[in-house]
Design a binder for this molecule. Structure first.
Ligand code: FDA
Length: 391
């Protein structure tokens, strides 16, 4: 049985980063993955260009049972540290919007960078290894379909449940549970919302229509684009609020951000009294949406003959369209998994399990989930670094 200082399970963003850092510290590291290639989610991320971090990364952009938990790791390995690494590897990048940094070329460059760093740090990477059993006495024993290994430290980095057809599993959750670590219920995050009944009847014919909105759920508010789909709503604004949404709750959409809808409609009644309501609305909203809303919420008259109360009511609806989703499109379409290993069981400084010496949990498998926009990779880098420094 070969012995290593550290075995990392999961050669994704967090696992490669932890292995790299531990290797740089002179630790003997084995990095195992069941997939045929490392970093598969990095490769598909950001539409193939990997939104690898966010300039505005801050702890308040993460959801967790303990909203302070991510602070320490994010402070010790920041977005600026990662940007310096990307620069060192001469990977060209740009800010797309809202501080989101993407490769100019391809996400492959990020995986190549991580592999180069792991290689330089002496990390032993083994792919297509299925872990069959893990046990712990004075050290960890990791049995695989290619033989068993022992290690002083074990780092669990197999990510969340999103996109199971890409090989996502609940492995870390299961192992953590077996070692007595509590779990915050995993659920899909950054996921399209589905609707039923009249709301869906309205949305389905609008599939493909996009517009800027402010989407709100509880205290969370996101001014970004929204997209109608065949099953409901998607687009960045809706993906963002989906992480805050719980079954049975409503979301609210402001379809005319920064504009006073009622005042605009009442002004149009004075200045263009012969125009139809849907024509006025089409100046404010995408045409197909304007037509649908006018058909539902305005009498079939020219705007000059429409009552002020009707226009005010429509104005209020445009500013706060309140809808109750039927559900989400689930892990199959979710970008991340909310919940995971409960942060109460982990040290926020090192990511080690408080009650299981030598066991570390990092990345998306932990109950820390970022907003859309590069935050989840930054958590993978930061939590991976924290474990790599300590393991
Ligand atoms: P990650 O999922 O990256 O890695 C887990 C690794 O463990 C994988 O290599 C997997 O094969 C392996 N594994 C799983 N089960 C195993 C088992 N039983 N045995 C052995 N190995 C196992 N984030 C962001 O910040 N910017 C972006 O642009 C995007 N874009 C994006 C697009 C899409 C389509 C998705 C689905 C997700 C994103 N994300 C994102 C989210 C981001 O990809 C995610 O948060 C990180 O990859 C999480 O990193 P981890 O290392 O924790 O898990």
């Amino acid at each position: 049985m070969t012995h290593f200082d550290i075995v990392v399970i999961g050669a994704g963003a967090a696992g490669m980063f932890a292995a790299m850092r531990a290797g740089q510290r002179g630790r003997r590291v084995l990095l195992l993955d069941h997939a045929e290639e490392p970093g598969k989610k990095i490769l598909i991320s950001g539409g193939g260009r990997c939104n690898f971090t966010n300039l505005g990364c801050a702890p308040d952009r993460f959801l967790s049972g303990n909203r302070h938990f991510a602070r320490s790791a994010l402070a010790r390995y920041t977005q600026h540290d990662f940007i310096a690494l990307v620069r060192k590897h001469r990977i060209a990048f740009h800010e797309k919007t809202l501080g989101q940094l993407f490769c100019d070329g391809s996400a492959r460059q990020v995986v190549a960078m991580l592999l180069a760093e792991c290689g330089a740090a002496g990390v032993d990477l083994r792919l297509r290894h299925r872990v069959t059993e893990i046990s712990r006495s004075d050290r960890f024993t990791i049995a695989t379909d290619h033989g068993a290994f022992t290690a002083d430290s074990l780092v669990l980095a197999t990510g969340g449940l999103s996109i199971p057809k890409m090989g996502a599993t609940g492995f870390t959750h299961d192992i953590a549970r077996r070692f007595g670590l509590p779990l915050a219920e995993p659920r899909p995050g950054l996921v399209p919302l589905t609707f039923a009944g009249e709301a869906l009847d309205l949305m389905r014919p609008l599939a493909g229509v996009a517009l800027p909105v402010i989407a709100r759920c509880g205290k969370a508010a996101f001014p970004e684009a929204m997209l109608f789909t065949h099953r409901g709503l998607s687009g960045p604004a809706v993906l963002q609020v989906s992480s805050y949404w719980r079954e049975g709750e409503a979301i609210t959409l402001d379809l005319l951000p920064d504009r006073d809808a009622a005042a605009l409609l009442l002004a149009a009644k004075r200045t263009r009294p012969k125009a139809e309501g849907r024509t006025i609305l089409a100046d404010l909203l995408p045409q197909r949406l304007a037509q649908s809303l006018a058909a539902l919420h305005l009498p079939p008259r020219v705007i000059g003959e429409t009552g002020d109360a009707d226009l005010r009511r429509l104005g209020a609806l445009l500013k706060a369209w309140t809808l109750t989703p039927a559900g989400t499109e689930g892990h199959a379409k979710a970008e991340v998994t909310l919940g995971g290993v409960d942060t109460a069981a982990l040290s926020s400084q090192t990511m080690v399990a408080k009650n299981v010496p030598g066991l570390f949990v990092i990345g998306e498998a932990v109950d820390v989930t970022g907003w859309l926009g590069g935050y989840n990779f930054q958590w993978a880098w930061s939590s991976g670094w924290a474990a790599g420094e300590a393991a």
